[in-house]
Design a protein around this ligand. Sequence first.
Ligand SMILES: [Zn+2]
Length: 250
Amino acid sequence: MELDKDANNASVSDGADMRMFWRKLWKMQIPQKIRHFAWRAARDILPTKANLRLRHVLMDDVCEECGATAETFIHLFWECQRARETWSSFKNFRVLVRTHFRSFMDFLWFVLMEADWSNEDSAMAVSLVWTLWTHRNEVRHGGMRKNGRELFLRCQHYMEEHWAALILPLKHPQSLDSKWSPPQLPFYKANVDGVVFGKQKEAGVGVVIRDHEGNFIAGLSKKFKAPLGATEVEAKAFETGISFAKEVGI
Ligand SMILES: [Zn+2]
């Protein structure tokens, strides 16, 4: 399969690349609503001000973040000062400020096929576009304007909760069904777990905090660059669980 580079804005050379792209996209661990957003963005049907003006819904299409130019998709997510500030908050993403994307698909292709990032970083990059869009909508409806660093941290926190919620139930299905018992009111229960990635000399821990009804309250997952053994990782998981519970005020 040969796709015209200019027509689809992605550097597609053959069918194998394309299949790998879709496989990676579907395996990406992002919440359903961000997946849905990405789908709309890929089809360029987000109601940006420039899109609304084209459809004669709005007269003015000036970007509300910077007031400098029209709020097109590319401007809002990569060229606007707010977007540049947000991408610059994390060193791996600074390359995005220097890269010229022509569409969301172009960006996705870069993230999944060219950037050589971890799965978490790729998912974070896509989720940051969604965070920028959400923030833009909040500001339009009178919400507080946040700076790039705040937006980055908000997105990171959201994604860590999402990953933590994915890891623990998958690893311990029984602990949630038959064995897991909720704490008594007003207590909370934190489940912690650790995994060792021996080859990469890395360890990961996950924490999920639930209330007396079993509702998800908070969660996080963390990776450590250290060659820890299984027992040490368990200890690290407990330590992380306790400090995380303190951090969220429980
Ligand atoms: Zn702008």
